[in-house]
Ligand binder design. Sequence first.
Ligand SMILES: [Zn+2]
Length: 117
Amino acid sequence: MLGTLSELCLHAQPNATHHLLVHLFQLKLLCRSYTQNVDDLDAKAGLPQMDDNGRWAHVTLHGSLKSLYNRTLMCDICSKTCMLTLDHITMFKDGMYPECTRCIEEGETRIISHSKL
Ligand SMILES: [Zn+2]
């Protein structure tokens, strides 16, 4: 579900309300906005996260699905981390989980060491 939702948000376009928020911000009539949405359409419309003075202009209370990208993904078995990519999201969408390179390498090492016994 997360993969599908991420992909849908990636291709969704801002609507008139998103553009209105940007317009109000540019006219300095909007000091700060808060959203519970995770679709990142406000930013896609051009609403900046910070104002010219470095203060929060747009606060995403629950983050955004876009923030999933370039985050770390941790292996449930060995805790190795890697960067979450669009390929990972595609795998999640297909109901698969990425393989951990460390676990694969350690598994191969165990197989090799057992074969030498
Ligand atoms: Zn692992």
